[in-house]
Design a protein around this ligand. Structure first.
Ligand code: G3P
Ligand code: MG
Length: 240
C-alpha cells in the first residue's frame, strides 16, 4: 500500500490537523478518511510511555498545565486535547493506522527513543506493521542515532530546522532514509545535495496550493501538510 522509490510521499501532519485537534486519534482518523497515505505524529516520553503530543508544555493543546514530562501519565490521560479527545499513546495511533497507512513518528524528547522502539518493535514483530510503513524522525540527531541502534529495521529521517548539514556523516550514523526540512528554506541546491547522498527530501508544512506547486517544481519527494485535501493536486503535479 505504501510505496517507496521515486513516488510521491504525502504525510498528514499531526493527523489532519487543519480540521481536527492535532495529534489526537480524531485527527489521525480524519487523515485516514481523507485518503492520506502517511500520518505524522509527535512523541514525548511520560513515565516510560511514548505519548503523542507536540509541545513540552501542556497549555497550548490541552486544558492541563505544566511540563508534559512531569506527568504522571494518569493526569495527562485525564486531560482534554481538544473536542473531548484524550492525549493518545503511540500504541493507540499505531492501532488506528496499521494496515491502512504508513506512520512517521517524530521523536521530540530524549527519553522517547526507547519507548518508541519498544512499541514499534512490538507491532513489527507481530506483523501488524511492515518496516516499509514506518519512518522515525527527529530534530535531535543523537536521539535518532540511539533509536537506530535499538531498531535498525525502521527507516529514519533527519529533521532540520535550518539548512541540512553534515548529511554524509549524519546519515551514516543514523541509517537515514530521508531528510525533512522547512519548505521555506528549500532550494534547488539542497534538492540536488540530498539526492546525491541517496536520501529522500520531504518538506514541512505545506498548507496551500502556491507552496505546493513551488516545492514540487523544485523536485522534492514529498510534503507534510495539515490539509490532506491537497493530496489529489500533489499527485497530479508530481513528476516521477
Ligand atoms: O516532522 C515534520 C514536522 O512535524 C516538524 O516540525 O514542529 O511540526 O513537529 P513540527
Ligand atoms: Mg512533527
Amino acid at each position: 500500500m505504501v510505496k517507496s522509490g521515486r513516488s510521491f510521499w504525502f504525510f498528514a501532519h499531526r493527523g489532519a490537523s487543519g480540521h481536527e485537534p492535532e495529534n489526537t486519534l480524531r485527527s489521525v482518523r480524519r487523515a485516514l478518511a481523507m485518503g492520506a497515505p502517511w500520518v505524522e505524529v509527535d512523541v514525548l516520553a511520560v513515565d516510560g510511555e511514548a505519548v503523542v503530543i507536540h509541545d513540552e508544555y501542556l497549555e497550548r493543546t490541552t486544558n492541563g498545565k505544566g511540563p508534559v514530562s512531569a506527568g504522571p501519565l494518569s493526569y495527562l490521560r485525564s486531560l482534554d486535547a481538544g473536542m473531548g479527545e484524550p492525549i493518545p499513546l503511540l500504541g493507540e495511533v499505531l492501532e488506528c493506522v496499521a494496515g491502512r497507512a504508513g506512520v512517521n513518528v517524530e521523536i521530540k524528547g530524549p527519553d522517547a527513543a526507547a519507548p518508541t522502539a519498544r512499541v514499534l518493535g512490538d507491532y513489527l514483530e507481530k506483523g501488524r506493521l511492515g518496516p516499509e510503513e514506518v519512518i522515525v524522525s527527529s530534530f535531535h540527531h543523537d536521539i535518532l542515532r540511539r533509536f537506530h541502534l535499538l531498531l535498525p529495521a525502521v527507516k529514519t529521517g533527519l529533521l532540520f530546522g535550518g539548512q541540512p548539514r553534515r548529511l554524509g556523516t549524519l546519515s551514516r550514523q543514523t541509517g537515514a532514509f530521508s531528510v525533512h526540512m522547512n519548505h521555506r528554506l528549500c532550494h534547488a541546491g539542497i534538492v540536488e545535495r540530498v539526492r546525491r547522498e541517496g536520501l529522500k527530501l520531504f518538506v514541512y508544512t505545506v498548507n496551500n496550493e502556491e507552496d505546493l506547486k513551488r516545492v514540487l517544481a523544485l523536485g522534492v519527494d514529498g510534503v507534510f501538510s495539515d490539509y490532506p485535501e491537497l493530496l489529489p493536486l500533489a499527485k497530479r503535479l508530481f513528476r516521477p
